[in-house]
Design a protein around this ligand. Structure first.
Ligand code: 5RP
Length: 227
């Protein structure tokens, strides 16, 4: 079954704890936490203090996506705050190998992310170091954007590059019941969804999550790793 990782970027920030619990109880597999610094991306979201504050609200995997540069000075803080997986962007600095080594050294699942304009080949040298590849299907920084179709080719390239390895492929940006199928078909086994997961408020979360997952599974999505 394809795993669903709702992004709390689309939640009601005045009630983040309740929202995190509600989406977890609605069937989310992982909780995706988007960290933005106003430098690597043109928006600011939250830091390790918020991750720590949310940790008691659910025992789901905390999938922390760092859209920050530099990332290395903050990796330990996010690990201590309760992250289970930490993803850094290959575009965010010159030492991606060191960042991934640090994340694994902290005992966390290490992820590397690719922006829509970045070729998949950029991460080939570090595939031994990663548990997760996150393919951005929007330009990072904001929720509610439209899925960039050309990123499907990147997902397919990453799938081919990672064949035979125990590496998850996550897609992030513009995931809806319409785009979940093509993303899963191209090779994604974890879908990050913000707007489509939180649409309509808490009474709709279970239905939203089920619709996205069903679309992915109908398209032949492969199993995500449960940890
Ligand atoms: O990383 C992100 C933005 O940088 C968000 O996770 C992503 O955009 C999800 O939001 P939506 O599903 O609304 O597109």
């Amino acid at each position: 079954m394809t795993l669903l990782a709702p992004s709390i970027l689309a939640a009601d920030f005045s009630r983040l704890g309740e929202e995190t619990r509600a989406i977890a109880q609605a069937g989310a597999d992982w909780i995706h936490l988007d960290v933005m610094d106003g430098h690597f991306v043109p928006n600011i979201s939250f830091g390790p203090a918020v991750v720590k504050a949310l940790r008691p609200w659910t025992d789901k995997v905390f999938d922390v996506h760092l859209m920050i540069a530099p990332a290395d000075p903050y990796l330990a803080a996010f690990a201590e705050a309760g992250a289970d997986a930490i993803t850094v962007h290959v575009e965010a600095g010159p030492h991606i190998h060191r960042s991934l080594q640090t994340i694994r050294g902290l005992g966390k699942r290490a992820g590397v992310a690719l922006n829509p304009g970045t070729p998949a080949s950029m991460i080939e040298p570090v595939l031994d170091m990663v548990d997760l590849v996150l393919v951005m299907t929007v330009n990072p920084g904001f929720g509610g954007q439209s899925f960039i179709g050309s990123a499907l080719e990147t997902i397919a390239r990453v799938k081919a590059m990672t064949a035979g390895r125990d590496i998850d492929i996550s897609v992030d940006g513009g995931i809806t019941p319409e785009t979940a199928g093509p993303a899963a078909q191209a090779g994604a086994n974890i879908l990050v969804a913000g707007s489509a997961a939180f649409k309509g408020g808490p009474d709709h979360y279970a239905k939203n999550v089920a619709a996205i997952r069903a679309a992915a599974d109908a398209a032949g999505g492969r199993d995500g790793v449960r940890c």
